[in-house]
Structure formats: structure tokens, C-alpha cells
Design a binder for this molecule. Structure first.
Ligand code: IPE
Ligand code: IPE
Ligand code: MG
Length: 261
């Protein structure tokens, strides 16, 4: 994707000591970055605040991550906002999150217009409150013609549920005679995942130091590079994003092959 260099330099002026824009090769930025935004609760608790305040602060970090991704010219940014397991949280926190998703989306739509960002969702949205679903649909409709970066928000997303759903869709197609069993292959399954049409993530970032996937993109992350930072999500800035990309660019991706061949 095209980069506006002047805008980019201005955005990354005022660099901290250890990282600067020149530390990344702009010709080799990952096409798709995915983030497990974790640590909102701990961020709030460390400040004697309610966990909900951590989620509110997390929205600011997300806005910055979207802008950073656009400035760097990524094709896609996907983020894990609510897992199929997060329903186990106290009802009050779940309600707050559902409300926050809707109000944030309404608030941020002008940014998506301004930056030509196309929105999509990963997950089963039918279980969400009606009002949240309506706002999500509005976001999809209003950004459908945008041709810039894709921003994918994973809500009520669980990778096992996603893969089971894809298997069910394949079974239905076979039962209806639309597909033969030998046409059930990797491409056919991938086409029935929520991420259909998106390239697999090149880089997965997880904040707050946890070394697990928490049921996120199990299929899509097969050859993704991982970057885990102890930084809690509300503290994650454009500079942390650059650090992750610089680390990514120092890796040798082999995809099962041999270096340099
Ligand atoms: C991530 O922060 C946000 C969501 C899962 C919605 P957490 O709420 O998981 O924060 P911690 O992990 O408890 O600190
Ligand atoms: C993963 O974080 C889900 C999201 C970031 C939305 P969790 O905080 O729910 O994951 P666990 O429970 O620590 O594995
Ligand atoms: Mg967490």
C-alpha cells in the first residue's frame, strides 16, 4: 500500500532513544499485523481503577494502532477484542465491553472515512446485543467502498468455533451436492473461515506478556512470527509497534524450507 512519506516522518518525529522510524525497512513492512490486545484489567488495577477504565484506556491505544498501521502502509490490521470465552467475565464487564464496542465504532467512523479504512468483523456477531449488531452493520455498510487498509475486529471470536463452523459449511455443501469430498482441501476450508480473502498474518503481537494464543486464529497463524511484549495494552504506542516490526524484520522466515533458497 502507498505510503505518504512526509506524513509518516511527522507522525514518527520525537522518537525515544531506542527506536526510530529509520530502524525499520519501509519496503518490507508486514502486510498483515494481528494483535491480541491484552492487559487492560491489570493496567487499571495497577492504578487503583475499575477494570472498565482499563478497557476505556485501551480504546486510545487501539486508535493509535490503527493510525500507525495506516501510516506504515499495512494492508491489514486485525485485533482480538472479545473471545468466545470472554462471556465468562462478570456480566457488568461484558455489558460495558459491548457498549464500548458500539460507542467507539460510532465515534471512530470519521477516522475510517478519513483514512479510507475498510472495516470487517471476525466472529459470530449474532450473539451480540441488538444495538451493538446494528452499529457494526452500519460500520460495514459505510466503509464497504473504502479501498485502503482493512481493519478486522474479532468479537465473539474463537478459533475452534470458527474451524468447526467451516467444517459444518463444508459438510452442508457436500450434502447438497455442491462440493465433492475430494474438493475438501485447505483452500476450501480457508474460504469458509471468517478471515476469507485476507492474507494470513505475518506478525502477531501479544501485549501483557502472556505466552499463549487464547483460541485466536489457530489456523491462520501457522507460519506467523510472534512478538510478545510485557507492555500492557493501554500503554502500547506507535513506538512499541515499530519495535515489533523491527524485531519481525530481523527474523528469517523459512516456511519449512531452507534459508536463502
Ligand atoms: C484485554 O484485557 C481486553 C479483553 C479481553 C476484552 P483484559 O481485560 O484481558 O486484561 P487483563 O488480562 O485482565 O489484565
Ligand atoms: C484474550 O485475552 C482475548 C482478548 C484479548 C480479547 P484474555 O485475557 O481473555 O486471555 P486469557 O484468558 O488470559 O487466556
Ligand atoms: Mg487478559
Amino acid at each position: 500500500m502507498r505510503i505518504d512519506t512526509d506524513q509518516l516522518r511527522a507522525y514518527f518525529s520525537d522518537a525515544p532513544e531506542d527506536i526510530a522510524l529509520d530502524d525499520v525497512d519501509l519496503g518490507r513492512v508486514p502486510a498483515h499485523v494481528s494483535i491480541i490486545m491484552d492487559g487492560n484489567g491489570r493496567w487499571a488495577e495497577a492504578r487503583g481503577l475499575d477494570r472498565s477504565q482499563g478497557h476505556v484506556a485501551g480504546v486510545d491505544a487501539l486508535r493509535e494502532a490503527v493510525t500507525t498501521s495506516v501510516r506504515l502502509g499495512l494492508d491489514a490490521l486485525s485485533v482480538y477484542a472479545f473471545s468466545t470465552e470472554n462471556w465468562r467475565r462478570p456480566q457488568r464487564e461484558v455489558n460495558l465491553l459491548m457498549h464500548l464496542f458500539a460507542t467507539t465504532l460510532v465515534h471512530e467512523l470519521p477516522l475510517f472515512h478519513q483514512e479510507n479504512v475498510r472495516l470487517r468483523f471476525l466472529g459470530d456477531l449474532t450473539a451480540l446485543p441488538e444495538a451493538t449488531q446494528e452499529v457494526f452493520q452500519q460500520g460495514l455498510d459505510e466503509t464497504a467502498d473504502h479501498t485502503g487498509m482493512t481493519f478486522a475486529l474479532a468479537v465473539n471470536y474463537g478459533s475452534r468455533a470458527e474451524i468447526a463452523r467451516a467444517a459444518r459449511l463444508l459438510a452442508e455443501d457436500v450434502a447438497a451436492g455442491r462440493l465433492t469430498p475430494d474438493q475438501v482441501n485447505e483452500d476450501a476450508l480457508a474460504a469458509r473461515l471468517y478471515t476469507t480473502g485476507m492474507p494470513d498474518p505475518d506478525l502477531l503481537i501479544r501485549t501483557s506478556g502472556e505466552l499463549r494464543l487464547s483460541n485466536y486464529l489457530l489456523w491462520q497463524l501457522a507460519y506467523t512470527e510472534f512478538y510478545v511484549t510485557p507492555t500492557l495494552w493501554p500503554d502500547f504506542t506507535r513506538w512499541d509497534f515499530l519495535r515489533a516490526i523491527a524485531s519481525f524484520q530481523g527474523r528469517s522466515r523459512r516456511f519449512g524450507g531452507v534459508v536463502g533458497k
